[in-house]
Design a protein around this ligand. Sequence first.
Ligand code: TNX
Length: 487
Amino acid sequence: MPDIAIVPRPASVEELEGGPFLVDGSTAVVVEQRPELIQVAVLSADLLGRVAGKPVQVRYDDVEGPGAVRLLLDDAAPEGDEAYSLVVTSDGVTARAREVAGLVHAVVSLRQLMACNGDEGASVPAVRIEDAPRFAWRGLSLDVARHFFGVEDVKVVIGLMKHYKLNVLHLHLSDDQGWRLHVPSRPNLTRVSGQTAVDGDPGGYYSASDFQTIVQFAAARGVRVVPEIDVPGHVNAASHAYGELNPSGEPTDAYTGIEVGFSRLHADLPATTPFIEAVFGDVAAMSPDEYVHIGGDEVLTMEAEEYASLVGTAARVVRAAGKKVIGWQEIAHTPLEPGTVVQFWDPRVDPSVFVEAAKAGALFLMSPASKSYLDMKYDADFPLGLEWAGCVEMRDAYDWEPTTLIEGMPPESVVGVEAAVFTETIRTLDDLTTMLLPRLAAVAEVAWTAPELRDWDDFRARVAHQGAFWDRLGLAWHPSTQVDWER
Ligand code: TNX
């Protein structure tokens, strides 16, 4: 096991002369007394204290002296919103960044370097790290529609995202099987379709205040939340709650199976445009993020023209609310405003339409199912997961290059990488973390680390260390045989 085993691998790591830094009962996180720094200091003291098994204090004066973990927001920090530097010597630790998100990354790196010394606390080797992400968008798409995951479960997921320096939680909030976000102007969506889930399992939904709780918990950890309402397909939860969305005027039956592609909105019904306006208007008002995801995938029963018109309506409403649009790759078949983000997911189709869209100004978020869909089985015998994109082992999730995935795509069109976990077969938090861990760490390194620093054998050796961390947190995870785990 290398001494310095940070995942994702930092841009530069230099081991320094001198002894380790000890995190013990005398350690304090020291910050200037400013609201945004106090929040990150309290979070950091908690994280470090829990690993060391000793309470770590927060202090608001700029004490020099030994034992301080100083978090500084200043211009001497490396450039870039999320960049940071971290210097550890036996005397103390200094983390610098220009934005709070960079300080969170620095503290996560520090935490990954801590080795427990039993009753003495923990020690950290002397080191200088300079680090910054390769991609600005490093996401995880979480399907809470097929099976619902409540606020406490989502907090666990956000904690893991933060630990691997992922910064966008994309919540797939609606699908055929359930509707998971209360929409004030269409209350039946959650009153009726908040109750249902795959296989008749229990449903659930987020109230406006639950959603704010998630957003704030995430923000404190440097994670944005992008809400997705999937239209014009994957809408049975909506057409079950509001019969006016169907040509018959009658609600559809609840759907608890796992087929895709059958449900749809109808552009020519009078209720449809007001529905799209109300839902996306309310969601845009509830969500502070710059982006709203409009779905757009797998509408198998609609002509291209009607599809384009409904996608266009959703995109117009999102933009009118002052937000930017992201949608699944199928939206590339419609006219897009420059700057729209297209989320690539299905590598089985002809990619030329994506290259054309990119040349016309669309941006691409890479979520190739055969690499980054963490709801695929690890191997054919795995009890959880689907197989339509093949099995995704640890190395599959690691060994791929986002900018060359689509032949002819200008590399500068790629804004990032997003893992996804759809939950048709995933019912509990244990199921969920079993699918995420260890593969989330692999996709996170694809998103964070420069290509010339990525190497499977090197990653294997570093990630082996993470098993003990998941065990300590009591998380269920899959001990892939591709790694010699340290537990
Ligand atoms: C494809 S990803 C879907 C989802 C399924 C998923 C299962 C996407 C845009 N559509 O509806 O849940 O596969 O892996």
